[in-house]
Design a protein around this ligand. Structure first.
Ligand SMILES: [Zn+2]
Length: 211
């Protein structure tokens, strides 16, 4: 059997555009903000896990709602973190980036961009899709705020906690994450918060349990 092609694929001289679509808070069912924020400027990036094992990614949006309610029950105005990443690499909008995060541990999160991976990485493996999304999110933060990739840290670097779990802390502490971030930095990258029907459809798709 033969196949032939008389067409050639046009190639673009433009660099690839890396579009990060962040699912807005309304679409994942966040409650309204319950208090005042303190403003800050991002100077560093700190990575967290939720410390709750995520058995199925269909549960991820429900977990976000639980985390936000729990955080607000502690008297915090909103979810503690700025961005959340699920096991499939979906990125969700959290607290506004210009607002200081919150923590139950002994450190001052002022100036920290808080990126949190859903799951417990002392207990479970880090899914490749989740790690890939983390690389892209950290690369965005590094470029957006002029942060040194080598300075990206885990929560346990600044406070007495096991967060973000051994399997997520490993690539942070041994420079693997910083190397991956540096490798993708030359790419153009835009971050867009998507809302409306597209975002609600995305969440419905994530929550759908296949029969
Ligand atoms: Zn943490």
């Amino acid at each position: 059997m033969f196949s032939s092609s008389t067409t050639t694929t046009a190639t673009s001289s433009l660099p690839p555009l890396r579009q990060i679509n962040v699912i807005c808070k309304e679409a994942w069912g966040a409650l309204p903000v319950a208090g005042d924020f303190t403003r800050h400027d991002i100077e560093r990036i700190t990575i967290h896990h939720t410390a709750v094992v995520l058995e199925e990614n269909t549960l991820a949006p429900a977990r976000l709602r639980q985390h936000q309610r729990f955080h607000q029950s502690r008297g915090w105005p909103d979810l503690a973190y700025h961005f959340m990443i699920d096991a499939a690499g979906n990125v969700y909008e959290g607290r506004p980036v210009e607002a200081v995060g919150d923590t139950g541990t002994e450190y001052d999160p002022t100036g920290h961009l808080l990126i949190c991976c859903e799951g417990n990485f002392d207990e479970q493996e880090l899914p490749p899709a989740q790690y890939g999304a983390l690389i892209r999110m950290v690369a965005w933060g590094v470029a957006e705020y002029g942060v040194d990739p080598a300075s990206v840290q885990g929560h346990r670097d600044v406070a007495a906690t096991s967060c973000p779990g051994d399997r997520l802390y490993g690539p942070i502490s041994d420079g693997t994450l910083a190397g991956a971030v540096t490798a993708v930095l030359p790419e153009d990258r835009t971050l867009t918060v998507i809302c409306g029907e597209d975002a609600f459809d995305r969440v419905a798709g994530i929550e759908r349990v296949e029969a």
